[in-house]
Design a protein around this ligand. Structure first.
Ligand SMILES: Cc1cc2nc3c(=O)[nH]c(=O)nc-3n(C[C@H](O)[C@H](O)[C@H](O)COP(=O)(O)OP(=O)(O)OC[C@H]3O[C@@H](n4cnc5c(N)ncnc54)[C@H](O)[C@@H]3O)c2cc1C
Length: 376
């Protein structure tokens, strides 16, 4: 995959300039970045690190798989391969997967996987009155979905040069459905879903403005800013974004699915034959990267991502994604701490934390924080 795709996949079409080596200029001294607000600096240092986690994004250049096929006696509905935006897209694609499963006319349905896709699909089906059993090798908090950031932004999940027109047309509709699905959870006690004041920073002006994924109206208070930007970058898109803390959110929707009647069973399938041996005639496949081996999908590739968590800073009420000479840096605030990213290593399936990347990320965010000036 080319670097442009990783960046545009991050929702940072305007960050293509991070391939240049010019550092961003510092902010005009003493000036507030934006009228009416100030920014507390992130205290990014090695002694504030609480943990570093690594996850593998399940990426397909052609985009996620969302379809039904007949395998022997079974109807198998596929809902996997969402790359770097599975949490974002969960309500969109899982609703369609649940519709396909319900359309088979059976009460009993098996869901494979208990990441965000399996949990959301199971919740929707159980609320419709289906007898749902979830089979998964890993349950929360041990899934890739628990590792994610999470910024609600539909990015980093297909190569625009490979995805079909059909995929892109349908995807536009599903982005909006996915957004609608999350709105009822924002600020709902216990779900770990909040609004953040988000900043997508760039070193250069975009040649031409592109609407944000799904349409600008999904991003409240959107401003395209050319001066007094955060950290002094040349250009900034600032908007309200939904931040999801997956440890809270996945726990809650798993409980919601259980309350609606879904049952969970720890089970690691080592072959398609083992899956075909399930008693249910309808199976929804939400196995993420696991679908590669289980269903023979050779287009699935891991994109390795490493995140470092810092001690909480309750005064941090903003998030950002920014280019740097050594790669993209992003910060998402949670109640339980600050999440610092990021890495995007295409085709790398190693889940051991890399100490050199921890240092790069912590020092990179400290350098950004040092550019914050207090409003006069
Ligand atoms: C560092 C990082 C940052 C990210 N940031 C974001 C972000 O900001 N926003 C966003 O929307 N997304 C983000 N993502 C992407 C997101 O995490 C994934 O797209 C999403 O988790 C995929 O969900 P899933 O349910 O398909 O897969 P998973 O969460 O991997 O769940 C798969 C489930 O299937 C089970 N399974 C697999 N194989 C088998 C088998 N053979 N037998 C039985 N069970 C099996 C697993 O045990 C698990 O329960 C990020 C990912 C990473 C790694």
């Amino acid at each position: 995959m080319r670097r442009r795709d990783v960046l545009s996949g991050l929702g940072l079409a305007s960050l293509g300039a991070c391939t240049t080596l010019t550092p961003p200029p510092g902010p005009p001294s003493g000036k507030p970045y934006l009228p009416g607000r100030s920014y507390a600096p992130v205290h990014s240092s090695m002694d504030r690190v609480t943990r570093t986690v690594v996850g593998l994004r399940p990426y397909r250049p052609q985009g996620y798989r969302l379809d039904a096929e007949r395998l022997g006696e079974k109807a198998v509905i596929h809902n996997y391969g969402h790359g770097g935006c599975g949490v974002t897209m969960s309500w969109g694609t899982s609703t369609v997967a649940a519709d396909m499963a319900s359309a088979q006319g059976r009460r009993s349905i098996a869901v494979l996987g208990a990441g965000v896709m399996g949990l959301t699909t199971a919740l929707i089906l159980a609320r419709r009155g289906h007898d749902v059993r979830v089979y998964a090798a890993a349950l929360p908090p041990h899934t890739t979905s628990n590792i994610a950031g999470v910024l609600w932004l539909p990015t980093s999940y297909y190569d625009p040069d490979v995805a079909s027109e059909d995929f892109l047309r349908r995807n536009r509709v599903l982005i909006r459905a996915a957004h609608r699905g999350f709105l009822p959870y924002v600020n709902r006690p216990g779900y770990g879903v909040y609004w953040s004041d988000h900043h997508a920073l760039s070193r250069r002006e975009p040649g031409q403005y592109q609407p944000l994924p799904g349409g600008d109206d999904l991003y409240p208070e959107l401003q395209r800013v050319h001066e007094n930007t955060l950290f002094g970058y040349t250009y900034m898109e600032r908007f309200r974004a939904i931040i999801i803390d997956p440890d809270y959110y996945l726990d809650q929707i798993m409980k919601d699915a259980q309350l609606a009647g879904a049952r969970f069973e720890a089970r690691d399938f080592d072959s398609l034959e083992a899956v075909m041996g399930l008693p249910q005639e309808v199976i929804v496949n939400c196995t993420g990267l696991g679908a590669g081996a289980l269903f023979g999908d050779e287009s699935l590739t891991p994109i390795r991502g490493q995140l470092t968590h810092l001690l909480p800073q309750p005064e941090i009420d903003y998030s950002y994604v920014a280019p740097s000479d050594e790669g993209v840096l992003y910060m998402f605030p949670r109640r339980t701490g600050l999440v610092l990213g990021g890495t995007h290593d295409m085709g790398n399936g190693n889940i051991e934390p890399d100490p050199a990347q921890v240092k790069r990320i912590v020092e990179g965010h400290a350098a950004l924080a040092s550019r914050i000036t207090t409003p006069a």
